[in-house]
Design a binder for this molecule. Structure first.
Ligand SMILES: [Zn+2]
Length: 182
């Protein structure tokens, strides 16, 4: 497919569908507050410049947020539909280079986008980073190794590394398999 065909494909996606898709994947069971994780949220109008971007107010902490708050899609210079298409192509296992070709973007831009999407849609949100099992596992393994080199050597360093790699692989699987989930 040539880049010129893709312009048409991109035009077929409307913003309403894109935002609905983000909501569906981010909050399959209804919107939750990104600050306190409460499900007691009420709709609170729409974004001033993006009419399909739903705003919410949290009844628990009075926080305000919208569909993209705390996601990698917020405040990015690429339109939402480009991100959605990028995600779609990632699902088809296209390489960064192929995606760049299809979207008419620089390969470096696409690489940054796919890396962000693989880390998860809401990877930028601090409370999600705190829950990240990968980081916690890595810190734990490194700290254990530093603090108890003898114990690590006794147990066999390769076992520790193997376990660590297995956890990393599992975490990577979770991230890449569920790009929209936290
Ligand atoms: Zn809240």
């Amino acid at each position: 497919m040539a880049a010129s065909d893709l312009v048409n494909l991109s035009a077929l996606l409307d913003d309403a569908q894109c935002f609905a898709l983000v909501r569906q994947h981010r909050w399959p069971e209804g919107a939750r507050c990104p600050v306190c994780d409460s499900g007691a949220v009420i709709r609170d109008g729409h974004d001033d410049t993006q009419p399909y971007r739903q705003r919410y107010r949290c009844k628990a902490c009075s926080g305000r947020f919208d569909d993209l708050t705390g996601t990698v899609l917020a405040g990015h210079h690429q339109p939402l539909r480009v991100w959605v298409l990028c995600l779609y192509f990632m699902g088809l296992n296209l390489s960064n280079r192929q995606i760049a070709l299809e979207l008419g973007l620089d390969a470096s831009d696409v690489q940054a986008m796919t890396e962000q999407l693989r880390r998860g849609l809401v990877a930028k949100a601090p409370e999600v980073e705190l829950k990240g099992e990968v980081e916690i596992d890595e810190v734990y393994v490194v700290a254990g190794h530093k603090g108890q080199p003898a114990a690590v050597a006794k147990r066999g360093g390769s076992d520790v590394v193997a376990g660590w790699q297995a956890r990393r692989a599992a975490a990577r699987w979770r991230r890449t398999s569920h790009p929209f989930s936290a």
